[in-house]
Design a protein around this ligand. Sequence first.
Ligand SMILES: [Zn+2]
Length: 256
Amino acid sequence: MNVTTVSYQIYKQAQHDSIAIPLKMSKNIILFISLLLILSILPRTHATVKYSITNTATQTPGGIRYETQIGFKHSKHILKSSNLFIWRLFQQRIKAERANVTHVHLLIDDMDGVAYCENNEIHVSARYIANYKADDIDDDVKREFNGVMYHEMTHVWQWSGNGSTPGGLIEGIADFVRLKAGYIPSHWVQPGEGDTWDQGYDVTARFLDYCEGLRNGFVGELNKKMRYGYSVDYFVDLVGKSVDQLWSEYKAAYHL
Ligand SMILES: [Zn+2]
C-alpha cells in the first residue's frame, strides 16, 4: 500500500462529515508516513546497544544496598550515558569506527575486588558496594558506582592493539575516561605524581590528561591508532615527542 492509497482511504471514510478536516488529516498522515519511510532508509549510523542488568547477589548486604541506594533505573541511565560519553571521547561517530558490540550486560556479583569487564559483561562486586565508605560529604556509593561504570564501560569499547597495548596504558585510558567524566576518587594521586608513565590507573590517567592538554583529542586519537597494533611511537606521531620525554616534562611541570 503506498502513501496515496492511504490518504485516499482516510478521505473517503471521512467525507460525509467534512472535506476540509479530512484533507488536512490526510496531509499530516502523508507527512508522517513519509517520515517513517525516510527513517527506514537512513543508514544505521546510530545502531543501538542493548543493556541488561542482573543482580546475582540479592540476598547479600551489597546486593541489598545496590537495590536501595543505586538501583536498576539509575544503572541503566549510567550504562547509556557512559556509553555515549565514550563514543564521543573516542571520536567513534559511526558504527564502523567502533568495536562490534550490540549488548552490554551489567552484573552485581557476590565477589571480592571492585569490578572487571570480560566479553562485554561488566561485573561489579556486591561486597565492594556493601563496604564502600564515602571519604567526604560530596561522595556517596552512587557516585563511586558511576566512576566504576565509566572505567569498565571504557574496556568494552577501547582498542587494545590486538592485545599488544601495555596493560598500564589500557587501565590508564579507562581511568582517564573516569577523570573526564568528573568521578575522580579522593584516593587518587595528584597530577605529576607517580614513578612511570605506564604505571597504570590514576598515574597514567593524570599523565594522559597532561598529553590531552598538549593536543586536544589526544586520547581518542591514540585509541584509534591502537585498533590493529601498538607502538610507543604513537606518542611521537601525535605530539612530536617520545613518551619518555613527555613523562620527564610532565614531572618537571609539577616540580616533581
Ligand atoms: Zn580496568
